[in-house]
Write a protein that binds this ligand. Structure first.
Ligand SMILES: NC(=O)c1ccc[n+]([C@@H]2O[C@H](COP(=O)([O-])OP(=O)(O)OC[C@H]3O[C@@H](n4cnc5c(N)ncnc54)[C@H](O)[C@@H]3O)[C@@H](O)[C@H]2O)c1
Length: 270
């Protein structure tokens, strides 16, 4: 299989290792990198991948290479810059930086591009799970989806929480955001992916409730959400380990992206 990647950082590199461990028949890689990172990307690819690999710096070159599937794992700006062109060219695209779709104009644009290209946008479960039952039960009628993001205080460094709390001095949990998924994603873009995933699978950005908590008693990134639906009620709690190479990314994300690819290569998709 020929795979296209947008970005070659923590998720992409770990993904290539996981696919190799799983015996995925990956024969070719085309990687879209920022121009300043081409040399570093080539060096990393030489370490990680034995097949044919090329590095490009714009979406036209990525499209010209005709990968079977493209995985965006580069951040919100990359979704903005490249997803529309790749989809319009008819290439199925996994968007990992799902929080980018909290921008209603960008969301509408990528949907239109997928329709024009007669292809699909794949949104992986990412750092959470249980998206299958949430998405399925939407058809039964959903009454509420409530998501709580609980992380160690220092994991909120570099976000608006810093101006609301003295993160280093917290002695107990502090709820610093309560609101809908749209506001959560727009105010906390670096932590927007899970709220956006739940919103898109379930009740939408305005209908999904979000709480964010800095909690000195935890060491993991804890995602917990409760759903009230006509067919069932359920609660899911995931205690995700941070990636060793990027503590802002839960390591579960890579495995959910690997699953999307493996499901396209194996006899059974599950
Ligand atoms: N869906 C989820 O639950 C979830 C979870 C974690 C992370 N994410 C998303 O995945 C993204 C990647 O995570 P990571 O840990 O691999 O980050 P990372 O910083 O390790 O890697 C990102 C890579 O993308 C490259 N890049 C940045 N902008 C680019 C552009 N415009 N074009 C091409 N390359 C570009 C960077 O040079 C870097 O190599 C994050 O930004 C985040 O939005 C999603």
């Amino acid at each position: 299989m020929h795979l296209g990647l947008i970005g070659y950082g923590n998720i992409a590199r770990t993904l290539i290792r996981v696919l190799a461990t799983e015996g995925a028949p990956l024969t070719r890689l085309s990687v879209l990198s920022l121009p300043d990172f081409v040399a570093a990307t080539k060096a990393a690819l030489a370490q990680d991948f034995e097949g044919e690999a090329q590095v490009v710096t714009d979406s036209a070159a990525l499209i010209a290479a005709r990968p079977r599937l493209v995985v965006e794992c580069a951040g919100h700006a990359a979704v903005q810059a490249h997803a529309t062109a790749v989809l319009r060219a008819g290439i199925e695209t996994v968007i990992v930086s799902i929080g980018a779709l909290a921008d209603a104009a960008l969301h509408a644009q990528v949907l239109e591009a997928a329709r024009a290209g007669r292809t699909r946008i794949i949104l992986p479960a990412g750092a959470v799970g249980g998206i299958d039952i949430l998405s399925a039960l939407r058809a039964s009628g959903l009454s509420s989806v409530t998501y709580t993001s609980r992380k160690p205080p220092l994991a909120w460094q570099g976000t608006q929480a810093e101006s609301l709390l003295d993160l280093a001095a917290l002695s107990g949990e502090a709820v610093f955001f309560t609101g809908n998924a749209r506001d959560a994603a727009l105010q906390y873009p670096r932590n927007a992916n899970v709220a956006a995933t739940l919103a898109l699978a379930g009740l939408g950005f305005e209908g999904t409730q979000v709480r964010m908590i800095a909690d000195p008693s935890v060491t993991k990134n804890i995602h917990e959400y409760s759903v009230v639906a006509n067919a069932a009620n359920f609660t899911i709690r995931i205690e995700g380990n941070p990636s060793p190479d990027n503590p802002k990314t839960s390591v579960t994300t890579v495995y959910s992206v690997a699953r999307e690819i493996l499901n396209r290569m194996r006899e059974v998709a599950i």
